[in-house]
Design a protein around this ligand. Structure first.
Ligand code: PAF
Length: 280
């Protein structure tokens, strides 16, 4: 496994690999890797000849400067974890490598970007689209892998790929959870032991809500989830939306869509966590 920090080094190595007609799998990350990321990397390794993992904390997607400042940066430990996954290249560029000039592009994702994360983190998805499109231009992957925890991000990336006509297949991977149900996240390391214990309630409440499909109306179920999460010490729901899994628009009746997803964002002390469940 090679650790490369510049675009020119990466492109030199990839040009050589591409000549051998292999497929390139790409796993973009912001580092602080956990088993959720490693599952993406392992799937990419199983499905491609060459796998690039990028580690880049993208400043343009943080609307909260404090969040950017405190985002965990653990390159050495990340490389250690990647060593036995079979990944070929770790690409860990500087901000200047990715943005030699400020990226002033403005994307329009319509209603996909106005709900949930888009509403509470203005500019976030524009930054995600900037960095992922830039990385796709650099890596030129055949397949790129994203986790379903960031459910809305996945929809935005699929829309971006369509808009910019990238010849890449977007592959999603189910949420990887701790044994107690907590969705794995780089942000979990910032939780105090007590909040980490209490945050487990988020997934427990979501799983219980899945069983209540068709027993409660969507508005009643939504309110119940919000009330139950808010009753846990240290947790405060920012939003819980029940949406159509393709359009991401809010549904009010269980019969309105064949693919319904419940997406939640919760403040656990200073840390903002997201999770989701499918109501099939
Ligand atoms: O999901 C993430 O970690 C980031 O949003 C991504 C896709 C790597 C872009 O910075």
């Amino acid at each position: 496994m090679k650790l490369l920090k510049t675009v020119s080094e990466l492109q030199f190595v990839l040009a050589e690999k591409r000549q051998k007609h292999g497929t390139i799998g790409f796993v973009p990350t912001m580092g602080a890797l956990h088993p959720g990321h490693l599952a993406l990397v392992r799937q990419a390794v199983a499905e491609n000849d060459v796998v690039v993992v990028s580690i880049f904390v993208n400043p343009t997607q943080f609307n909260d400067k404090n969040d950017l400042l405190h985002y965990p940066r653990t390159l050495e430990a990340d490389c250690e974890q990647l060593k036995d996954t079979g990944a070929t290249i770790v690409f860990a560029p500087s901000v200047e490598e990715i943005y030699p000039e400020p990226d002033t592009r403005r994307f329009d994702f319509g209603n996909l970007a106005t709900v949930m994360e888009g509403k509470f983190r203005p500019g976030h998805f524009n930054g995600v689209a900037q960095v992922v499109s830039r990385l796709f231009d650099i890596v030129k992957p055949d397949r790129a892998y994203f986790g379903e925890k960031d459910f809305q991000q996945l929809a935005i990336i699929r829309a971006m790929v369509k808009q910019l006509d990238f010849p890449v297949e977007i592959i999603s991977h189910p949420i990887v959870r701790e044994a107690n149900g907590l969705a794995m996240s780089s942000r979990n390391t910032r939780l105090s032991p007590e909040l980490r214990k209490n945050a487990v309630e988020i997934s427990r409440i979501l799983f219980e809500s899945q069983k209540k499909k068709n027993q409660l109306s969507i508005p009643a179920l939504k309110q119940e989830v919000i009330d139950r999460v808010n009753a846990v010490a240290g947790l405060e729901t920012e939003y819980f939306e029940i949406i159509d899994g393709d359009s991401l628009q809010i549904v009010n009746d269980w019969n309105d869509s064949p693919f319904i997803v419940g997406c939640i964002a919760v403040h656990a002390g200073e840390v903002r966590l997201i999770d989701n469940v499918f109501f099939r």
